[in-house]
Design a protein around this ligand. Structure first.
Ligand code: SF4
Length: 354
């Protein structure tokens, strides 16, 4: 995909006009987008080490001959640990290098809009708390042979209490979570014996010289040998999101490669009502689909993750959305990267935007 024009050099000019935490309004090119896709306002944390060095680099470039100016899509290589060094760095780098640069080096983020009741992220947090509490009590498949109703009730109550929800949302969420847990345990009952070895376990992960922090949702020790790495998902996950040079969701492959326990299966636990199941790849038959070549799968993951980590660390900040505007649709950085300006320019030139 082509390297688009609106990148860090232009961002610097815009940011010079901003205060320490600026609110950046909607793009003048936004007229061509619908109200439902209007990008939100964003804030930029000016106090990022990387921003300071980046700004300095651009300042010096303005005094130097044009031939010495840094490429527009190239930020200075990473000199210090990014302020929020989590695994989203790699998924953002895969989706669009500029997105990773803006979020994890400039600290740009959307202002949240208030909602009545828990939003999607809060519901995801509730679900993770539910599963953490539930498996903290059940501990493995042996407990599924008994009455799990009291454990489910306690786990749902604990998750809702942790979220500090007000009534009537608290009671509604408690009932929703209890039903979800009952349905999910029916899926678990069909598995071969296992023990839950870790829940919401924080890990330090290394890739391409970056040290990232992550949290494994669950690790099961399998009676058949090896361990299964499990990630809870609502919605419609697909293991295809782990594949290719620019994987949409590289988090589980990174966990798999960084976990010393001997991973033999990597799985999404799809917790969508009406479609609950495990999905993923395994070395052996059983929990999920058996990989054709397990070692080759891991080697491919290692290669793509190293490339993404190297891209981020080296300052690759191209405005290069993986699937064109489909990638931009749910990105909150449109006013910063000015992707719609690029779209307008392409249309004026008679080219079809991707
Ligand atoms: S809106 Fe699109 S081009 Fe801009 S940062 Fe997001 S993904 Fe990249």
């Amino acid at each position: 995909m082509a390297c688009w024009a609106a990148t860090p050099g232009r961002v610097v000019s815009a940011l010079r006009l901003s205060a320490a935490r600026s609110s950046v309004g909607s793009s003048p090119f936004q007229a061509s987008t619908s109200a439902t896709t209007r990008p939100p306002k964003i804030t930029i944390a000016e106090s990022q080490t990387s921003w300071t060095s980046f700004s300095s680099a651009v300042e010096s470039s303005t005094a130097a001959p044009a031939s010495a100016a840094p490429p527009d899509a190239q930020a200075p290589p990473l000199a210090t640990t990014p302020p929020r060094a989590g695994t989203p760095i790699l998924s953002d780098q895969a989706a669009c290098p500029f997105r990773a640069f803006a979020r994890h080096r400039l600290g740009a983020e959307a202002l949240e809009e208030p909602l009545a009741g828990p939003d999607a992220r809060a519901r995801g947090t509730l679900l993770h708390a539910l599963m953490r509490e539930l498996w903290g009590e059940l501990k493995g498949s042996a407990a599924l042979e008994g009455d799990c109703a009291p454990a489910i009730e306690r786990a749902a109550r604990a998750a809702v209490a942790e979220a500090e929800l007000d009534e009537p949302f608290a009671e509604l969420e408690r009932m929703r979570l209890a039903k979800l847990a009952r349905d999910w345990l029916e899926v678990e009952k069909k598995r071969a014996p296992f023990e839950v070895a870790a829940r919401e376990d924080k890990r330090k992960l290394k890739v391409a010289g970056l040290e990232l922090s992550g949290r494994i949702d669950r690790l099961d020790r399998l009676a058949s040998g090896g361990c299964a790495l499990i990630d809870y998902k609502t919605g419609r996950p697909t293991p295809n999101a782990w594949q290719g040079e620019r994987p949409d969701d590289p988090q589980l492959p990174l966990y798999a490669l960084s976990t010393p326990e001997g991973i033999t299966a990597v799985a999404y636990a799809k917790l969508q009502p009406g479609g609950m199941k495990y999905m993923g790849f395994a070395r052996d038959k059983g929990l999920v689909a058996q990989a054709k070549d397990w070692n080759a799968l891991l080697a491919g993951w290692r290669q793509s993750l190293e490339a993404l980590g190297n891209g981020f660390a080296s300052g690759d900040a191209r405005v290069d959305p993986k699937n064109g505007l489909a990638t931009c649709r749910y990105c909150d950085l449109q006013t910063l990267c000015r992707v719609h300006e690029r779209m307008s320019a392409l249309e004026e030139e008679g080219e079809e935007p991707e």
